[in-house]
Design a protein around this ligand. Sequence first.
Ligand code: GLA
Length: 731
Amino acid sequence: MGIRYVEGKKIFHMDTEHTTYLIGLSPEGYVGHIYYGRKLGSEGNNYLLRMEEAPYTPSVREREKASFMDFFPMECPAGGIGDYRESCLDVRGGSGSIGCELLFKEYRITKGKPVLPGLPASFGTEDEAETLELVCEDRLLGIEVILAYSVFWKCDMITRNIRVDNRGEEHLKLEKVYSACLDMDNRDFEMVTLVGSWARERHIQRGALRFGRQMVSSVKGESSHQEHPFLALVTPETTQETGEVYAMNFVYSGNFMAQAELTQFRQVRMTMGIHPDHFCWNLRPGESFQAPEAVLTYSAEGLGLMTRNFHDFYREHLIRSPYKYRKRPVLINNWEATYFDFDSEKLLAIAREAKKAGIEMLVMDDGWFGKRNLDDCSLGDWTVNEEKITSGLPDLVEKVNEIGLQFGIWFEPEMISPDSDLYRAHPDWAIRIAGRTPSQSRAQYVLDLSRKEVVDYAYGCVADILHSAPIAYVKWDMNRQLCDIGSACLDRESQGELMHRYVLGVYEMQERLVTEFPELLLENCSGGGARFDPGMLYYSPQIWCSDDVDAMERLRIQEGTALIYPLSTMGAHVGDCPNHIVGRNTPFDTRAHVAMAGTFGYELDITKIAEEERAKIPAQVEEYHRYQPLMQRGDYYRLASWSDRKPYDCWEVAAKDSSEALVTFVQVLAEPNMHSRAVFLRGLQEDAEYALEGTEEVYGGDELMRCGYLVPSEPGDFVSRLYHFVRVGQV
Ligand code: GLA
């Protein structure tokens, strides 16, 4: 299918439907990157390795080896032997020095996509994917490094990962292991990243690539609110529809580094992997280290195609949940309705009103366990607080079910409050440095998930509660970042493994959860959207996007999130007004239209909102379900962007067979003395006719795409409209 070795040229040629990736070997066996981009009809040659130009390859002139190493485009640059650009692999040998030289040994091409033990990773059948493994070795260190590439033909995706096997006699230390590297000539690239903070996660940032190293990263123990494990390099003319895009995303939820480096010779090196800070992994004889997966895509048709490649890939090859394409229940969550101040009666009152409005699930958020009436205690004590849940959890769930709603529950299983029975019994279960008072954040510590007994305990608490009642949904939260990185159980040599072992512990717990409760709907969350990444999507089909549910703030947050992740993954709710974070008032309809771009729900006290708003909910629920199959499977197009200095925001989801399209238009600020605005639809059939639902209007597909649809002008800030176009016949 997609991968072949061209023996005579020593070139590995990998194709997807629209892209080609070429790897070449130097005479010595250095594994070089030749090309990644638009599909080549030809076999390809290796002249882009520039082996005929000085500095020549070391086998020709050994004394120029350092110059060669610092220029040759490497597939996996190892540190310490003359390549001064960012390295991907730093190995401290038995002598204590860092230096590694990887030379090609052999290759394997197999059908399908291997699993990565203990790690989230994409999957594909033998018909969908093919895998190349390049086995490299450093004989002095006694290691083999396996560079794995899987090609997903239809989605134009290539995944990469690296495994290091210690086949020698020495105890080695891995001080850095990245998962992917892409070396190429600069083309005046600009860098696109996602940045933000709590309540304003994943805003799109674009800027020039300058000489030196520019990165986004996290050392917080999670992918973070602030920076995101995603990096794209784009040519300057790149828009939604045009221009070239090289993008990488990391299937990992802990510390990461995503970097672009512009070098002295105007080469670009793009790298991605686990952040080397606080990382040092022991590799004893016979042991292996598996680095997580990075996902690469190339688009010759702008950011829009990049987005759709990611969406298709994650839907088809990463998200495993049975809910992926299933109807998701419309839920109401009591967090912003009550915060910690609730009891069974309040919850049942919300459930009764919610049922009348057509809502399908009640989620009981933080505050139901231990003696938690504030965020300062009880994490770890996962027993129901019967002062609040007066007749016990099974009874509450039964009553909610009798009302006609499913029941969901909130957990924060990775944490421990200093004021908890768990901490009093096991103070050493918290991550901390011996002898130093650890820093609290939200009055809590983080559990040391590198320890099996801690993982077993924390998982056991969740499982026991789920076994006690028919609970359909879990919101799995993680409300602080890691610091004071120390484990009471790891020896001096192994403390540098803790950050990664922590993430492996989280993955183990979530794997156990989805295996033991396969019908459970799991929504991940981290103080809003601090762990919205492909790693978590492997376990949960939806992730809470942000604690900020203000409809205008959500435009930016959801635009940035949807740059990579399918709409069906974005937890999005209709919130209260004035909004609890920004104090803004927005129309109830607009809040619903914006939330319908994600997995829809409500985050307010339905017993207290205005009657006229409550009256709108049944139609909103019905509308969401009507459009949900289209939103779950369709192609997403960004038509106009408020964050791009437009006074309005507009996006479209078109069915893959072009039979229908839903356009959401949000006028953020009204413009005086303004006519209607043209938005240019995408993804329609050119020679078909489309009716605009609810009107007599019929348009040609080509007309809507080339001439545009005129959104009527109307007064008012924060107002929105949905436009549903349905194919009614051929022109
Ligand atoms: C985090 C979540 C919120 C809520 C609170 C509860 O901030 O993002 O939705 O669950 O925790 O403490």
